[in-house]
Design a protein around this ligand. Structure first.
Ligand code: C2E
Ligand code: MG
Ligand code: MG
Ligand code: MG
Length: 286
């Protein structure tokens, strides 16, 4: 009958929501176990300097294989960890893990540089600069080996506190990039007040730069403005050679994307570097 059908469809609707909610609760509940049980690892994706064609840095990206839910993308669990107040757990593990990995590579004769992603709560943590200083000492690292990526929205949540932390880290010699640039609401004028070295143009503007005139226009003017302000420009989401050529001709400083390499496990990095041939990119202005 009608009332019953109605109730059933209502229940089914709620079921989808419940499932989603349950998954989120499980993920939040299991974050600590993920750290403790070795379910997390870092993948490393290279960035290439367009003037030399060589690899200049890797970005460290977190990965989680949940024992029953399988691979969980960082876009899902990082946000959950942030909103549930658990991101510190992941950030602490990540920082120590990356520094240890850099130390390991150094002992193998590879002096590499890695950029890590910071969350809003990391960037307002007044203890972060000292924490990183201690890790540098423990793992015998130099400031050129670690760089920071932070989104505009993370910084703008508390500009004053974020500026203070970033200023200290910048004075320690760490380079700072604004990640996903172009997706937030801040102006370059606001960003220039921060101790920022690089703009990382969001991949949504880069993915189709070879076919979309509008994206090309946006990226070109971002590169020009950024350069006028003394910033280096990184493009993420470079998926084909046509896009790499265009970006290089626009004088984009660094490229990152599947066309160069997808993020790789740590133990694949030195072998991949040995095989990598410097890219030949044209730099004739267009
Ligand atoms: P992000 O920092 O902007 O990282 C770039 C994302 O684009 C990565 O996704 C990367 O795998 C992907 N990507 C790189 N090249 C290409 C390409 O050519 N095409 C396409 N379609 N995608 C590309 P991923 O690894 O899933 O990470 C998603 C986001 O999760 C990151 O965005 C970052 O905001 C966050 N995240 C990842 N690891 C960490 C971490 O350790 N800490 C924090 N706080 N956030 C992290
Ligand atoms: Mg990033
Ligand atoms: Mg990004
Ligand atoms: Mg992103």
């Amino acid at each position: 009958d009608k009332a019953r059908r109605h109730r059933h469809s209502h229940e089914r609707y709620e079921e989808g929501q419940d499932e989603q909610h349950l998954r989120q609760l499980m993920l939040i509940r299991d974050l600590q176990e993920a750290v403790d049980n070795g379910e997390l690892w870092m993948a490393y994706q290279p960035k290439v300097d367009t003037t030399t064609g060589r690899v200049c840095q890797f970005e460290a990206l977190m990965r989680w294989r949940h024992p029953t839910l399988g691979f969980v993308p960082p876009d899902e669990f990082i946000g959950l960890a942030e909103r549930s107040g658990n991101i510190g757990l992941l950030s602490d593990w990540m920082l120590a893990h990356v520094c240890e990995q850099l130390h390991h590579w150094k002992r193998q004769g590879h002096h590499l540089s890695v950029a890590i992603n910071l969350s809003a709560s990391d960037v307002i943590d007044p203890g972060l600069p000292m924490h990183i200083t201690e890790l540098f000492e423990s793992y015998d690292l130099t400031p050129d080996q670690l760089a920071l990526e932070v989104t505009e929205s993370a910084v703008m949540q508390d500009v004053e506190a974020a500026t203070e932390t970033l200023m200290a880290l910048s004075q320690m010699g760490l380079k700072i990039a604004i990640d996903d640039y172009g997706t937030g609401y801040s102006s370059l004028a606001q960003i220039k007040r921060l101790p920022v070295d690089e703009l990382k143009i969001d991949k949504s503007f880069v993915l189709k730069i070879d076919t979309q005139q509008e994206d090309l226009t946006i990226v070109r003017s971002t590169i020009e403005m950024g350069h006028h302000l003394g910033l280096k420009i990184v493009a993420e989401g470079v998926e084909n050679s046509a896009s790499a050529e265009i970006l290089s001709q626009l004088r984009c400083d660094y490229l990152q994307g599947y066309w160069i390499s997808k993020p790789m496990p740590a133990d694949a990095i030195t072998g991949w570097l040995d095989e990598f041939k410097p890219l030949h990119l044209s730099t004739a202005a267009i």
